[in-house]
Design a protein around this ligand. Structure first.
Ligand SMILES: [Cu+2]
Length: 239
């Protein structure tokens, strides 16, 4: 479970965008020569070599450009002797990227740490308008419902106008949704509710504030993972 979320007095989850938290630190991220690597250390700099699991993985790596473009959710491999995580990597475009590591220390609650990485080159900004429908790899994905504090979002995946019956469990549920607040990329890991995918994948959303959010749904069909992106404006709390 992701519990880097600390509750405000009103009980609304806020997420850290820091590179250190809860006694852990994300070391420098190297991403050259076709490989991305980093180390999670303790606050005093010792590499962490043992991790627990959440959503079937010891660590979830989320990389996205600061404007929300070029989102990737990957699972790097740990060298348990050194604490170095690696994954093959090439950058698609220039810009400032945020690298999130979402992990579970051995025996502890989950932690999310992040850092920025600058990728040189000519930068072409992306400024998306709100949209709740996304086309990806031949699939059409819609997100129904309002994003707010304690609202339900329902994702539906179709292909050629028909529901996709072969939606597979991926990372412990039929879909995996990450929401980032536009502006600071505050990180929300939105958990799927149990249910059959024929009825749509339902998520329980807790947007910490009103404002614009970038959302990314990962789903899997025939062993292949796909990502659909959305932009939603969170409603302010109704009174
Ligand atoms: Cu993951």
């Amino acid at each position: 479970m992701v519990s880097d979320i600390t509750s405000t007095p009103k009980g609304i989850p806020m997420t850290s965008t820091a590179l250190s938290s809860d006694g852990f630190q994300l070391g420098a991220v190297h991403a050259t020569d076709g490989e991305l690597s980093f180390t999670i250390t303790t606050a005093d700099g010792h590499p962490v070599t043992r991790f627990g699991e959440a959503h079937g993985k010891q660590l979830h790596l989320i990389v996205v450009r600061s404007d929300g473009a070029y989102f990737r959710h990957r699972h790097p491999v740990l060298d348990p002797a050194t604490g170095v995580w690696t994954i093959p990597w090439t950058w698609e475009a220039a810009g400032s990227y945020r690298v999130f590591t979402d992990f579970t220390p051995d025996g502890g609650p989950g932690v999310t740490l992040s850092r920025t990485v600058e990728v040189p080159g000519e930068y072409r900004p992306w400024d998306p308008l709100p949209h709740a429908r996304s086309e990806t790899d031949g699939y059409t994905v819609t997100l129904e419902g309002a994003l707010g504090n304690g609202t339900i979002l329902t994702a539906r995946v179709t292909r050629n106008g028909q529901p996709v019956p072969a939606l597979e469990r991926y990372l412990g549920s039929y879909g995996h949704l990450v929401a980032l607040r536009q502006g600071d990329l505050a990180y929300l890991h939105i958990h799927a509710l149990e249910g059959e995918p024929a009825d749509g994948i339902r998520f329980h959303a807790e947007a910490p504030t009103a404002g614009r959010y970038l959302l990314y749904l990962d789903f899997q069909v025939d062993g292949v993972a796909h990502t659909a992106g959305f932009v939603l404006d969170a409603e302010s709390e109704k009174r």
